[in-house]
Design a protein around this ligand. Structure first.
Ligand code: SER
Length: 582
């Protein structure tokens, strides 16, 4: 069965059982507690906690999805038979715990979840289960925060009716899932194994885990399951490893001849990761998701196959269903620009690495800082010399430097109480603050105008405002035409003339999101959050954004707005500088 068929069969199996099909969410989640989407449940977190209502949003208490996922935690494992950074996760979900009504769309609990799992495997996929595992605290170390959770007797008893007891095993923390990020829903799991490989993880969300690792029972019990499409394809297609499945076939066929097996697998994995991250708006940088992407790209380049990989993006774009919106042109542009940038320092960095006798965390960090060599490259290329180097030590060094540079920044702008949390506004006295405030409101208006003129794909990638000008970065694939620039300016100036009020609404985050207010995805906004809107009321407002302020009270105070420069700052990212004339 090919992977396209598996996706379809999975979705249909659960659709027939009252589940609503929900499209994959972006790899860049709407959730400040995590960097990237690592599981299908992520987009449903608020349905497990009861903050959102599944019946209202999906017309059912049950959903099913094929979710794009990315796990940085597995990056060092990539190269073996079954680990990946990017993968697709098949999952069925139920929000609401046991419901005896038997109605289609009613929520369900352990019995149905296990039964569905068993049926899908044996009847649809026609596969034999090796064994299953259930949670037992006996297997958990003393002192662990999960030690107090009770043995999952219920799951054990359900399986006992289906499988011989010899196929039911007990396990500890491996059979407890979550929370993602610092806090959230979590609970015991039961896992299905085939050929010694974990294929399906069925999670019973029973608890809410807070930041101090305290567990309280969830009011709404939920089912969250996850099964890697690549692994399922591997067992269904009777392959020895995931790279032999149809999902990887076209990529593997195009890898350079004679390439080392492990490295070939790393390439195959990273190529997909790069394509999907870029398609979801990530651009290489030294921060957060941008750095994850940069590491994947640089690893390919180090092996001297950077350029050779380009045709693969086209192969991938054709290979994946159109709803994934892979654009080989954008991916290639971003990739090429990074290659050009890095090739200059790469050989210097590798030479420096060769010169070292041993590689400590300190020297590894220096190589990163001066030449951009990421940890995994230093580790791999350093060979025996880097034996002692661990990721933990490298990360600790990284963090130390970040803290030092942050403290330096604080000094530069501190003392006036004017530097705002976001770090995007810079002013050193009252007079400057007034100018910055005008430009800040103008920046909100600029974003809205850009979206109106260029389309909704315009997404903020950063901003920086001083007393002299605003600088705004956003996603857009090409240079703006002079006419477009004029239109944007004219729209901002028209709204300035209307002298619209700027007001603030303080809203719970979930509600604020529903207003359609824009937000810059990686900033960690508090809950409740301030929504600044330009217009008479929130509903009809022309511009709405999550924001910390400050703003002018009426647009008329801004003066005249002018764009003074438009340029590229990366593939698919444009930068506009604007000023206001009083
Ligand atoms: N959230 C669980 C996992 O990621 C099941 O979907 O494994």
């Amino acid at each position: 069965m090919n992977s396209g068929n598996i996706r379809q069969k999975f979705l249909m199996f659960f659709k027939e059982r009252g589940h609503s099909i929900v499209p994959s969410s972006s790899l860049v989640p709407d959730d400040a507690s995590v960097l990237l989407t690592t599981a299908g449940m992520q987009q449903f977190k608020k349905y497990f906690t009861g903050e959102l209502d599944p019946v209202k949003d999906f017309k059912s208490k049950n959903t099913v999805s094929v979710q794009k996922c990315f796990r940085t935690s597995d990056i060092d494992e990539v190269g073996d038979e079954s680990h990946l950074t990017f993968f697709e996760m098949l999952g069925n979900f139920s929000f609401g715990g046991p419901d005896a009504s038997g109605k289609v769309g009613a929520s369900y609990w352990k019995k149905e979840a296990i039964q569905y799992g068993y049926e899908f495997f044996t009847k649809v996929m026609k596969l034999d289960i090796d064994y299953v595992t259930v949670f037992d605290p006996v297997k958990v170390l003393a002192g662990d925060w999960r030690k107090g959770v009770l043995f999952d007797e219920e799951s054990y008893a359900i399986w006992k009716k289906i499988l011989p007891e010899s196929k039911i095993r007990r396990a500890g923390v491996d059979n407890f899932w979550g929370p993602t990020g610092n806090e959230g829903p979590c609970g015991p799991t039961t896992e299905i194994y085939i050929s010694g490989l974990e294929i399906w993880n069925i999670v019973f969300n029973q608890f809410y885990c807070d930041a101090s690792k305290k567990l309280t029972p969830l009011k709404i019990q939920g089912v969250d399951t996850g099964m890697g499409l690549e692994r399922l394809a591997m067992v269904a297609q009777k392959k020895k490893n995931i790279f032999e499945t149809d999902l990887f076939e076209p990529i593997v066929a195009k890898l350079p001849a004679g390439i080392d097996e492990r490295i070939g697998r790393i390439f195959a994995d990273h190529i997909r990761g790069i394509a999907f991250l870029i398609s979801d708006g990530v651009r290489p940088s030294n921060k957060e998701t941008g750095y994850v992407l940069r590491r994947l790209m640089r690893r390919l380049m180090v092996y001297g196959v950077g350029w050779a990989m380009e045709p693969l993006f086209e192969v991938l774009a054709k290979h994946y269903p159109s709803e994934y919106k892979l654009s080989s042109r954008i991916i290639t542009d971003v990739y090429r620009m990074e290659c050009e940038k890095f090739s200059k320092t790469l050989s210097q960095g590798l030479r420096e690495l060769e010169r070292l006798e041993t590689v400590s965390a300190v020297s590894a960090f220096k190589l990163y800082e001066s030449f951009g060599l990421p940890y995994e490259i230093i580790k791999e290329r350093g060979g025996r010399k880097a034996d002692e180097l661990t990721r933990e030590a490298f990360d600790a060094e990284f963090k130390k430097h970040q803290e030092i540079s942050r403290a330096g920044q604080g000094k530069k702008f501190g003392g006036h109480g004017l530097l705002l949390d976001t770090g995007e506004l810079k002013a050193k006295d009252e007079a400057e603050l007034k100018k910055v405030t005008r430009l800040h409101t103008a920046t909100h208006m600029l974003q809205q105008a850009l979206r109106e003129v260029l389309g909704q794909d315009v997404k903020q990638m950063g901003s920086d405002i001083t007393a002299l000008r605003t600088r705004f970065d956003f996603t857009f694939p090409r240079k703006l035409t002079p006419e477009e620039i004029k239109k944007v300016e004219a729209l901002v100036n028209e709204k300035i003339k209307e002298n619209l009020p700027i007001q603030k609404a303080v809203l719970p985050k979930a509600e604020a999101e529903k207003t359609g207010a824009l937000y810059f995805f990686k900033e960690k906004y508090p809950d409740p959050v301030n929504v600044y809107f330009i217009g008479r009321d929130l509903n009809s407002a022309w511009s709405k954004e999550f924001c910390g302020g400050p703003h002018v009270t009426h647009t008329g105070e801004i003066g005249k707005f002018k764009i003074i420069k438009e340029e590229a700052v990366g593939a698919g990212i444009r930068r506009v500088r604007g000023i206001v004339i009083p």
